[in-house]
Design a protein around this ligand. Structure first.
Ligand code: CU
Length: 150
């Protein structure tokens, strides 16, 4: 009886530590996805791509670059409810880390010609959830898209 329970403990420890390693999202490989915010020659504002798909449980960095001379926003209120945001990273133009911001994030403003990296792990599935720029007139000019997590 003692042997069996000892073995059970060893098995439980082995399984739980391997499960823990796989589930340790701070060590997960991060898949980077680039998205551009901008305005075309006809004055239409856009996210490119305007549809993003993520797999739950995987670690992503959404690398969002604003190519315009004015700021844009990336608002993902409903989407971010079902994300575990790890951090936002901001780098200077020469690649030096300016700031890491941690905690729950729903919306990011990106300054002219700047890039922000949003690190997250989708934790619940959902189809065609909204993302948009909430600066007045921008969504109406076409700056919106959808996010699906599967
Ligand atoms: Cu905008």
């Amino acid at each position: 009886m003692k042997t069996i329970s000892g073995l059970a403990i060893i098995l439980a420890t082995t399984f739980s530590s391997s499960a823990f390693a796989e589930g340790d999202l701070s060590r997960a490989d991060v898949q980077k996805i680039a998205m551009e915010m901008g305005t075309d020659d006809d004055g239409n504002m856009y996210f490119k791509p305007d549809h993003l798909e993520f797999e739950t449980g995987k670690a992503y960095a959404l690398v969002t670059t604003n190519v315009d001379d004015y700021k844009h926003e990336l608002a993902m209120h409903e989407v971010s409810e079902k994300f575990f945001t790890r951090k936002i990273e901001i780098e200077s133009p020469d690649g030096e880390l300016v700031a890491e911001i941690k905690g729950k994030i729903e919306e990011v403003e990106v300054g002219p010609h700047q890039t922000v990296e949003w690190f997250f792990v989708p934790i619940q599935i959902g189809a065609d959830l909204d993302m948009s720029c909430e600066i007045e007139g921008h969504k109406e000019a076409g700056m919106f898209g959808t996010v699906t997590r599967y």
